[in-house]
Design a protein around this ligand. Structure first.
Ligand SMILES: Nc1ncnc2c1ncn2[C@@H]1O[C@H](COP(=O)(O)OP(=O)(O)OP(=O)(O)O)[C@@H](O)[C@H]1O
Ligand SMILES: [Mg+2]
Length: 262
């Protein structure tokens, strides 16, 4: 199964990409793996999920995201997550099928038992994983409705020998910690050398060294921050922004510009 996502090289993320390579190797080897990517806005969580998606060839990719405007809609996120697996619904035991059916508005009934809903989702995933290893990516988990977040955390804690990798990206912040008790990778700012190289790739004309130092200090390696600061420092070069520095299959021209140590 070919991934539809282009292969990406990211600035300064060799160790994180190494972790993600191991994550995606697990379902291929017949095991499950869970990971929560946690970090501030713009730090590169979605970019790392993109990397994982591009590396997921041979696996079925299930990619969803929390949607801020749907946070009050119970099970909206879970519905999106399960959409490609609903063919297995009829083969679930009755109590699980009923619970999920009610949660997804396919049946009428009292508010479903969350335990049953969780078991149903586990059942759907296990069945899907019997056919193909699954790589499931849930971006912006901070915007999942509460019911979906709870069920997905339940599922993540109970995955055993299923061929499933389940990776969440969560923006830091808020009071309560979302998805507690799961393995985590904190996504931090790019190392200084990589952040400087990223900025260097954006700069069109000469930029004062003091301006560069100021941008480095202000943005602390946040790629989105570097992009925005660059746009302010060099507004006329806005055409050559961050997007041009992200590498993809069509961007071979830039690939050689990244020193392998970054
Ligand atoms: N290592 C990197 N090299 C180059 N560009 C990057 C890198 N990481 C992220 N970017 C770019 O920086 C921008 C912000 O990254 P991204 O959207 O992944 O952040 P995020 O952590 O998902 O933010 P949010 O919490 O708002 O969803 C994007 O344009 C992305 O392509
Ligand atoms: Mg994101």
């Amino acid at each position: 199964m070919q991934s539809h996502y282009p292969r990406l090289s990211l600035w300064g993320r060799s160790s994180e990409c190494g972790v993600l390579d191991r994550v995606v190797a697990e379902p291929r080897a017949g095991r499950s793996q869970v990971l929560v990517l946690r970090g501030e806005a713009g730090i590169g969580k979605t970019a790392l999920l993109d990397y994982l998606a591009a590396e997921a060839s041979g696996c079925r990719l299930v990619r969803t995201a929390g949607i801020e405007s749907e946070m009050e809609l119970a099970y909206a996120g879970l519905h999106q997550f399960c959409a490609s697996m609903l063919g297995g619904l009829e083969r679930l035991p009755d109590p699980q099928r009923n619970a999920l059916g009610v949660a997804f508005g396919r049946r009428v009934g009292a508010a479903p038992d969350r335990f049953m809903v969780g078991l149903a989702v586990l059942g759907l995933l296990s069945e899907a994983a019997e056919e193909h290893p699954q790589v499931c990516l849930v971006d912006d988990a901070q915007w999942l409705d509460q019911a979906s977040a709870e069920i997905l955390a339940f599922v993540a804690r109970r995955l055993l020998a299923e061929r499933v990798a389940l990776v969440f990206a969560v923006r830091d912040g808020g009071d309560s910690k979302l998805l507690p008790g799961l393995p985590e990778l904190t996504v931090r700012g790019l190392p200084n050398g990589a952040a400087r190289a990223l900025l260097g790739a954006m700069i069109h004309g000469p930029l004062d060294g003091r301006v560069i130092d100021r941008i480095m200090g202000e943005t602390r390696g946040n790629p989105l921050g570097v992009d925005r600061a660059h746009a302010r420092a060099e507004p006329r070069a806005a055409g050559r922004r961050l997007r041009a520095t992200r590498l993809d299959a069509a961007g071979q021209r830039h690939r050689a510009e990244i020193p392998s140590a970054l």
